[in-house]
Structures are given as structure tokens and as C-alpha cells.
Design a protein around this ligand. Structure first.
Ligand SMILES: [Zn+2]
Length: 275
């Protein structure tokens, strides 16, 4: 970065507007990874926005459905889920499902949204997670799986947008004319990661998470109720929280939390405590 006091220098905005922005590749990714945390924060009066990177047109076993039809159905499912969870806003970027790449266009679109909503925290996929697989020597009965390329692309697009594009006044200068000033994201929460350091107690909203997922009719077999399934999964995460951090939680969501910016007042408070 150059001289912040130079004539004409534009300062980064550091005051957030929204509490959180969750950026997922497909409609339903944010639901699986962060819905209970999103609902909990929304319940606490915090503003949450979800962003879906792709149009979701590869999320079906039926080749004959028209792309636009499937896209609109899935967007409607996502809107309904957000309503159940109390998520205030949802944005659809409509990049082609299954073919998302870390392009100039994608980084700019994400930069625009982060500057628009100014989230204190951004949640996204951990882009470094390529393969999830147990050691076959230890658990010969289990299979692994490959992380969806759109998930990895989304993680990379979002990280590249947060740094340097969102905070740099010289990047995508045309956004300044839209009133979108350079902004500093305070924290990043990566989901579906093997480097978990943060567990959130979501016992209060775990049922809403299942109900939100139930809105995604096109994604599950008829008659499947996600509420029980989600409880089971979240209980396993809570068990992990007990083993790793000694936390007593019934249902949890897990993240890798990364601090990118600490406001001055918070730093001062922290040093006062130490003294
Ligand atoms: Zn996905």
C-alpha cells in the first residue's frame, strides 16, 4: 500500500453495516454450513446477507429440465429458506453452475457486494480443502469425497476479493463512481474446513436449520425430513467441540476463524484488561 496521507488518498471505511455475509457456491451450501449460525445472529438482531455464486443449473438428476426453470426454482427455494432463518437479504450472481472460475468478473462482482453491504464477518468455503478422505488403513469401510470445484473457486474468489480488491481504492475504480468505497472486512470464517478453531453453539436455532433445508425441494428425495438429519450432524460437531476444546454444547457449527482487522477501541480494551 502507498502513502495513506498523500493528497487525494481515499481512506478505507472500517465501520461495518451488516454483521455477516455468507458466500456459497450453490443454493443450499450456506444452508448446510452456516444456517444455524446465521439464524442465531439474525435472532440477536444482527443483519445477515447470503450470496449465491452460481445459478444452480447442474443441481438436478433430470437433464430435460430447462436451465432457466431450474435456476428460478432454486432461487425461490433459497429465498424461502432465508425467510425461515431470518436472513434479511440474498443476492444471486448467476455464474454457470459447475464451471465457476476465479475470473476478473467474479472477483469484481464479489468486491461490489462486499463494499455494498460492508459485512463485519465474511463466511465462505475453505479453498484449500481439495479432498475429504479418511485413511483407509484406519477406517476401511469409509469412503472419501472430492470437494466441488465451484466450492474451491468460490473460496479463492472471495479471498482474492477481500484482499486486496475490497480495500484498495485503485482496484475496480469504476466502483467508486457507484459510491462503493474501499472497505476493511474484520473477520473471515471458513467452513467445510479441516482447520477448525471455532465452534458456535447453535442449539437454539438447529431446528430452523433443518426447516430451512427442507425448503430445497429439488435437492432431496421426496419425504426426506432434514430436521433430524441436521440434528445428528450438529451433535457430532458438538462432540468434536467437547473433545478438542472441552466445550459443553448440544449442537454446534464449526469454522476456521481468521481475524483480519481489529478496531482501535477493541485493541485498547484488550490491553486494558491485560494491565
Ligand atoms: Zn455446493
Amino acid at each position: 500500500m502507498g502513502d495513506r496521507k498523500a493528497e487525494g488518498a481515499l481512506q478505507q471505511v472500517t465501520t461495518p453495516d451488516y454483521e455477516a455475509m455468507v458466500i456459497g457456491a450453490h443454493p443450499d451450501d450456506a444452508d448446510f454450513a452456516t444456517a444455524a449460525t446465521s439464524a442465531l445472529w439474525a435472532k440477536q438482531g444482527k443483519k445477515v446477507v447470503w450470496v449465491v455464486m452460481t445459478d444452480g443449473t447442474e443441481g438436478s438428476e433430470v437433464p430435460s429440465i430447462g436451465d432457466t426453470d431450474l435456476m428460478l426454482i432454486r432461487e425461490q427455494e433459497q429465498r424461502m429458506a432465508c425467510e425461515v432463518l431470518g436472513v434479511q437479504a440474498v443476492e444471486f450472481l448467476r455464474f454457470p453452475d459447475g464451471h465457476l472460475v476465479n475470473s476478473e468478473e467474479a472477483r469484481k462482482a464479489v468486491t461490489r457486494l462486499i463494499r455494498k453491504y460492508r459485512p463485519r464477518v465474511v463466511f465462505t468455503h475453505d479453498p484449500s480443502q481439495h479432498i475429504y478422505a479418511p485413511d483407509p488403513n484406519e477406517s476401511p469401510e469409509s469412503t472419501g469425497h472430492i470437494n466441488h470445484p465451484d466450492h474451491r473457486a468460490t473460496g479463492n474468489i472471495v479471498l482474492d476479493a477481500i484482499f486486496p480488491a475490497v480495500g484498495n481504492p485503485r482496484t475496480y475504480r469504476e466502483l467508486l463512481a457507484e459510491g462503493l468505497l474501499p472497505y476493511k472486512v474484520h473477520e473471515l470464517y471458513l467452513f467445510s474446513t479441516s482447520q477448525v478453531n471455532t465452534y458456535i453453539d447453535v442449539s437454539e436455532t438447529i431446528e430452523l436449520k433443518g426447516k430451512g433445508l427442507n425448503c430445497h425441494d429439488t435437492q432431496f428425495d421426496a419425504g426426506v425430513d432434514m430436521v433430524e438429519r441436521i440434528r445428528e450432524r450438529a451433535a457430532v460437531v458438538a462432540k468434536d467441540a467437547k473433545e478438542k476444546q472441552g466445550l459443553d454444547i448440544q449442537y454446534a457449527e464449526a469454522f476456521r476463524r481468521i481475524k483480519l482487522y481489529i478496531p482501535k477501541e477493541e485493541k485498547e480494551k484488550a490491553s486494558e484488561k491485560k494491565e
